[in-house]
Design a binder for this molecule. Structure first.
Ligand SMILES: NC(=O)c1ccc[n+]([C@@H]2O[C@H](COP(=O)([O-])OP(=O)(O)OC[C@H]3O[C@@H](n4cnc5c(N)ncnc54)[C@H](OP(=O)(O)O)[C@@H]3O)[C@@H](O)[C@H]2O)c1
Length: 316
């Protein structure tokens, strides 16, 4: 049996659907049934139920966006740092391997290769760098799992949310057997206030930047595949290979969905942060070669984006 924590959430519910589709025996567990953030209660549960694997899709995400985490720092810390540490210790004591949903939002920017060197650029909106992104230059590289987070409490500035996600990864490091699965900006074909493609369509003005993004069902399939393939434990960036600019996403929305509205963009970061955002946003490109080398198959971002828009529907 696979124990699924946070099954009631946006990502947890996608894990539940995929586990059902694969006809795998699983047990969804909510804090309403058992406070799994308590070490003693979780360890007792693991010893009684003896799951073969635990999935942690629980965590604290700010709603409607990451700015909300700045208003509940204690809750954010509990959900994103203390919880994975507690699960890591309980699973290690019970001898159960597990996987944790982390986030790619612990990075900012991308890596740029040239002249035999590779440098980190935190702000990809600079015109010269944006031009490289637009022409899909091979000199634009993503952060790998070996790169230290550069948008974290150890490498400020960062949002409080991102800081706690990076700390969560640190807090579980070296304890027992686990996967860290880094999700980034989930999207799919189901209109939902949590879906990136829905958010873009509803923003009064759109913020343009470059990001690697994760199709929700592709993400959970890839995570489960790491376990089913018995990929080595450790950290994996789990996004659809490639990256997109928000401007390109808007162009695809206009082309495929043909909405009645016109899209406007924030002029620059200054206008965006003065008007629409409080805490710094992570925008980043991730490298997924480690995931692919482990034998996990995941379609490229362009294909996943086009498929989602061509199959656009309301959630239910
Ligand atoms: N959605 C995104 O944009 C995104 C992007 C990157 C990474 N992630 C990560 O993916 C994970 C799941 O995110 P999600 O979008 O599915 O979140 P969600 O919809 O808010 O669901 C999270 C679930 O976590 C459980 N939970 C346990 N401890 C919690 C706590 N202290 N505070 C709040 N919830 C707690 C809750 O389930 P019960 O109370 O029923 O147990 C809740 O339903 C999180 O770790 C998040 O950081 C999300």
């Amino acid at each position: 049996m696979i124990l699924l924590l946070g099954a009631s959430g946006y990502i947890g519910s996608a894990f539940a659907s995929e586990l059902k589709r694969r006809k795998l025996d699983f047990l969804p567990l909510s804090r309403l049934q058992l406070d799994y953030s308590r070490f003693d209660l979780l360890l007792g549960f693991l010893r009684t139920k003896k799951p073969s694997f635990v999935i942690n899709a629980a965590g604290y995400t700010g709603k409607p966006n990451v700015d909300a985490c700045e208003l509940d720092k204690a809750g954010t810390l509990v959900g994103n740092t203390l919880l994975p540490q507690t699960i890591a210790h309980a699973c290690a004591v019970a001898g159960v391997p597990w996987g944790h949903v982390s986030s790619g939002c612990i990075y900012s920017g991308a890596k740029i290769s040239g002249d035999g060197t590779v440098r980190v650029e935190k702000d990809m909106t600079q015109p010269a760098l944006h031009a490289l992104v637009e022409k899909k230059s091979t000199s634009v590289l993503g952060f790998t799992e070996a790169d230290a987070p550069n948008f974290s409490f150890r490498n400020l500035p960062c949002s409080f949310y991102s800081g706690t996600k990076a700390m969560g990864e640190e807090a579980m490091a070296g304890i027992g057997q686990s996967y860290i699965w880094r999700l980034r900006i989930p999207f799919d074909e189901f209109d939902n206030q949590r879906n990136y493609l829905s958010k873009v369509q509803r923003y009064a003005k759109v913020y343009d930047n470059v990001n690697s993004i994760s199709h929700r069902a592709d993400f959970v399939k890839a995570c489960l595949d790491t376990w089913e393939l018995r990929a080595p434990f450790g950290c994996y960036n789990v996004t659809n290979p490639g990256y997109v600019t928000t401007r390109h996403v808007v162009e695809q929305i206009e082309k495929i969905l043909k909405p009645a509205r016109q899209f406007e963009f924030w002029k620059d970061d200054t206008e965006f942060y003065q008007t629409a955002a409080k805490t710094p946003r992570s925008n980043c490109v991730l490298d997924v070669s480690k995931l692919l080398s482990a034998g996990v198959k995941i379609r490229c971002v362009e294909e996943a984006l086009e498929h989602s828009l061509k199959n656009w529907k309301s959630e239910n």
